[in-house]
Design a protein around this ligand. Structure first.
Ligand SMILES: Cc1cc2nc3c(=O)[nH]c(=O)nc-3n(C[C@H](O)[C@H](O)[C@H](O)COP(=O)(O)OP(=O)(O)OC[C@H]3O[C@@H](n4cnc5c(N)ncnc54)[C@H](O)[C@@H]3O)c2cc1C
Length: 385
């Protein structure tokens, strides 16, 4: 399909944020929407590289509240959008191995329970019973929420794109956005590898590349790309179908069942920001040594596949959702800092409300505005993996 000469709203980026925003705009009756993705397929960026985890266990109220809307949207997804997304609910089990994390998580669990999330506090024996495959000798305590789980990121993107198209949205691949023109302080055109489009509204949903895209509009965006990698294993008979999504919090090490094997990752705290998506083999060795220590059966498994992707990280590990002051018609939905897949559904809904109604009615997200960094209103998330 050719690039239209004009559109009311142009969305840059066809990952979960762009796809969800396009769908929710159309659902609210706005069809003059053009979604542009530079790759040949949608959802090949951070969304396609992600671990698929969905959880309520966060350390800030705003993140728990985003999950309280977004996860039920994923539960309804197949009925509403018409695409299966392989939902599973094995629960998330956090392992705590130092007193600082124990104190912090006690506080977090109390906050989660106050908001209606029934996270359980586990002593070491209870952790061992839940996941006897783990070496728990250094574990002090754990937290478990049975309503946390997993979903298929590609299914979510494909479902939203197909449903948005059915509702009248134009969604194009192979279209690289290369510039944005302003007329005074208003948006006027988006320039691409396929030509230029006049528009009134631009939504920057370019994930780890959102700061690059924002520079086109002359707006600095504090979003940094940071490499994260993981691998999958050959089948492991020791891992039952209901094995939880385990997070060894202090090491940022995680495992969940993938097919008949495991998916495991570990975040490198020393990782320099950048766009390099090659697998760091030296870090993979560090990761596997820690992973085998925690889950000894891994020593007998083979490596099936491995890949790296980019987190889109903000200074306070919370997203930026909303308009950017100074450029009329310019909105951003980015910076989810490692947990954007699960919040993609609600983020797209909130964007659609903001653009079409001028404010959100589903949830007050004024704390996630662009202005907070300049004004020092940081909201720190502790449960970053
Ligand atoms: C290894 C890893 C594991 C993760 N695990 C989880 C998890 O378990 N749970 C969870 O909730 N989140 C997880 N995340 C985070 C999650 O993947 C992201 O927060 C989320 O996918 C971001 O979605 P997005 O749409 O903003 O970005 P993306 O999916 O990257 O989409 C942005 C799109 O914009 C396109 N684009 C960029 N520049 C241009 C341009 N100039 N013109 C046109 N198109 C452009 C890109 O090609 C891309 O398709 C993980 C991330 C990684 C890397």
């Amino acid at each position: 399909m050719n690039l239209p000469r004009q559109a009311q709203i142009v969305i840059i980026g066809g990952g979960v944020m762009g796809a969800s925003t396009a769908y929710h705009l159309a659902l609210k009756g706005c069809q003059d929407v053009l979604l542009l993705e530079r790759e040949s397929f949608f959802g090949q960026g951070a969304t396609g590289k992600c671990a698929g985890g969905i959880r309520y266990q966060f350390s800030t109220e705003i993140n728990v509240r985003l999950s309280q809307i977004s996860l039920p949207m994923l539960q309804r997804f197949e009925d509403e959008v018409g695409q299966p997304i392989d939902l599973r609910w094995p629960g998330y089990l956090f392992l705590l191995t130092n007193e600082r994390d124990v104190a912090r998580f006690r506080h977090n669990v109390a906050m989660q329970r106050r908001l209606g999330v029934d996270t359980e506090w586990l002593d070491r024996d209870a952790v061992r019973q839940l996941a006897p495959q783990l070496d728990t000798s250094d574990v002090i305590a754990g937290t478990f929420h049975a309503g946390d789980g997993l979903a298929d990121p590609n299914g979510v993107v494909a479902g939203y794109i197909a449903a948005a198209r059915r509702l009248g949205v134009t969604a194009l691949v192979d279209t690289d956005v290369t510039g944005i023109s302003l007329l005074g302080d208003r948006l006027s055109q988006v320039h691409t590898s396929q030509g230029s489009v006049s528009c009134q509204v631009v939504v920057n949903a370019a994930g780890p590349y959102s700061a690059v895209v924002s520079d086109f509009a002359g707006v600095p965006l504090p979003v940094t790309p940071v490499r994260r990698q993981m691998l999958t294993t050959t089948p492991m008979a020791e891992i039952p179908a209901d094995f939880p999504f385990v997070i060894d919090f202090a090491q940022s090490l995680y495992f969940h069942r993938e097919g008949e094997g495991l998916l495991t990752g570990m975040s490198n705290p020393e990782q320099e920001p950048g766009f390099d998506e090659r697998v760091d083999e030296a870090w993979e060795l560090v990761h596997m040594e820690a992973a085998i220590k925690r889950l000894p059966a891994l020593a007998r498994a083979g490596r099936l596949s491995g890949w790296a992707g980019l987190y889109e990280v903000t200074p306070d590990a919370h997203p930026i959702i909303g308009p950017v002051p100074g450029v009329e018609g310019y909105y951003v939905v980015t910076g989810f800092s490692g947990h954007g897949f699960m919040h993609g559904p609600v983020a797209g809904l909130l964007m659609a409300e903001m653009i079409l109604d001028g404010q959100t009615s589903t949830l007050d997200i004024s704390s996630l505005d662009y202005g907070r960094f300049a004004e020092g209103r940081y909201i720190r998330e502790y449960n970053v993996i």
